[in-house]
Design a protein. Structure first.
Length: 199
């Protein structure tokens, strides 16, 4: 919205909901089509990896993690192009494949690092409250712990909040990658204008 309204510095929540409501049918359709076009082949690929690396657990973990990171990058970029840019499904698929060919390892590396950060924070958000819970239970006993239900609820709430917040980091990163591609398109257009002038 800020792209289309360069003179504005803020957008109201009501305006955002209107845009989201318009995008929602495309997002649902994207999920349904992608289930058959992308996700079924993805699961077949995972089964092939299991068949190849079934006895080598470490190699299996590395290969499946790499394919998983690639899938996160691909699907989120694909969804942004299809839903936000409004292209048809297969033209959007072609555009994303072309975009990912440029600076592929940079994009994959950024997605990988962000996934590590999310995993670390999510683990901390779950493990720290659990450790505190069991530590308190051991120190004061299970009978006294019933009176501290508010503390336990607070710890669980903090953990859930941390997990919820960090789970959105990957989406923010993918939006930045997408906007970087859009900016690159505009730069290419400017370069072409200069080229035509020289000719």
């Amino acid at each position: 919205m800020l792209e289309k309204n360069a003179d504005r510095s803020s957008i109201k929540a009501k305006e955002l909901f209107v845009v989201i409501r318009k995008m929602l049918p495309r997002a649902i359709l994207f999920g349904i089509i992608s289930f058959f076009i992308i996700l079924i082949p993805y699961f077949i690929l995972i089964l092939v990896l299991v068949r190849i690396f079934g006895h080598q657990i470490i190699l299996m973990q590395i290969a499946s993690y790499f394919v998983g990171i690639l899938m996160i990058l691909f699907m989120q970029q694909f969804m942004l192009v299809y839903v936000k840019d409004g292209l048809d499904y297969f033209p959007a698929l072609g555009k994303v494949i072309q975009e990912l060919k440029e600076r592929f390892w940079d994009k994959l590396g950024a997605t990988f690092v962000m996934n590590l950060i999310i995993t670390a924070f999510s683990a901390a958000g779950i493990v720290v409250p659990l450790v505190l819970y069991f530590t308190i239970m051991l120190l004061i006993g299970i009978d006294s712990l019933i009176g501290l239900s508010l503390l336990i609820f607070t710890l669980v709430l903090i953990g859930a909040t941390v997990v919820f917040i960090v789970s959105n980091f990957q989406i923010f990163l993918q939006i930045l990658i997408h906007l970087g591609e859009k900016e690159g398109e505009h730069t290419d257009d400017i370069d072409l204008i200069g080229k035509h002038v020289e000719e």
